[in-house]
Design a protein around this ligand. Structure first.
Ligand code: RRO
Length: 292
């Protein structure tokens, strides 16, 4: 273990974070992931109103990953109580909204308990929220600025479903972001040939897991070249080698999502590979592949 590190203004126990959405719906499950070796945790995205989410099926396995259309289910302000017991822990609260005012309001509820915020401007299947904002540089800038006014670190999680992710990353940076998280899920769908209908209740959704790892590496690579703030890699990371690869592309830390669904002990497993005797010194490899 590296001892305490700071990434994007947030002190972490190591370079591995629980990604938003996965097991982030209760304080108990977030606490459990920290005890199981996560260096920090990101909550399920919280919005301005309680939301039941999309009708099912919401989560299906597919080759190389998971396909989801949860539909931003969350208890809104009620969630404040969930993370109160974790106010001394590295908890980053993921938030969403339809405009800068929404983002600022939701962030305000957590200003006393969160260590930082992750702006979800990248859900691929949320009408009016998510990618509708995250593909508009001006909106990203304004939402980031609005949340940054609370004085806590702001991470902005980007969608890979754009032609040029660097334009969005630069907008977040200009708005005062402390870090960029790349990436959210890749827009995708499957159809059951037997049932003759899409497998997801919402029809299409977002793909995560191994299948999107190369997509995420490329996004991290491009953002590292364009931006000056730290990049946090996310998308299909499941091994220590994946973490090293993300770091060589430019990530200072990584988030792990789908791999946790398969094995809640994945943080211990990755940390063993990453920090054992012949492991690499993380900071020394960030971006090295750019100089090759
Ligand atoms: O809840 C979801 O359906 C969801 C969200 Br908010 C997101 O950001 N990314 C995703 O794949 N699913």
């Amino acid at each position: 273990q590296p001892g305490e590190i700071t990434v994007g203004g947030v002190a972490l126990h190591n370079h591995l974070l629980l990604a938003a959405g996965v097991l982030g719906t209760t304080g108990a499950s977030l606490g459990r992931m920290l005890r199981l070796g996560a260096g920090g945790v990101v909550t399920k995205s919280i919005g301005p109103e309680p939301n039941p989410g999309h009708h099912g099926p919401c989560l299906v396995r597919t080759e190389g990953g998971l396909l989801n259309a949860m539909g931003l289910p969350n208890p809104s302000k009620e969630f404040v109580g969930e993370i109160e017991p974790l106010k001394d822990d590295p908890v980053v609260v993921s938030i969403y909204g339809k405009d800068p005012e929404d983002f600022k309001e939701v962030a305000g509820w957590f200003a006393e308990t969160a260590r930082g915020f992750e702006l979800n401007v990248s859900c691929p299947h949320a009408a009016g929220y998510g990618a509708a904002i995250g593909t508009d540089p001006e909106m990203v800038l304004e939402c980031t600025r609005a949340v940054a006014s609370h004085g806590l670190p702001v991470w902005v999680k980007l969608t890979p479903n754009v032609t040029d992710i660097t334009t969005i990353g630069l907008a977040a940076e200009k708005g005062g972001a402390s870090a960029i998280v790349a990436v959210n899920t890749v827009r995708a769908m499957r159809i059951s040939t037997e049932l003759r209908r899409p497998v997801l209740g919402y029809r299409s959704g977002g793909l995560s897991g191994k299948a999107i790892f190369p997509v995420a590496v490329k996004c991290v690579w491009d953002l590292y070249e364009a931006c000056s703030i730290p990049i946090i890699g996310c998308g299909g990371v499941s091994t220590a080698n994946d973490v090293v690869e993300m770091m060589m592309a430019g990530a200072q830390a990584v988030e792990v999502g789908s791999a946790v669904v398969d094995d809640v002990r994945v943080f211990e497993q990755i940390a063993r590979g990453l920090y054992s005797g012949d492991g690499v010194a993380a900071e020394e490899i960030v971006g090295v592949a750019h100089h090759a």
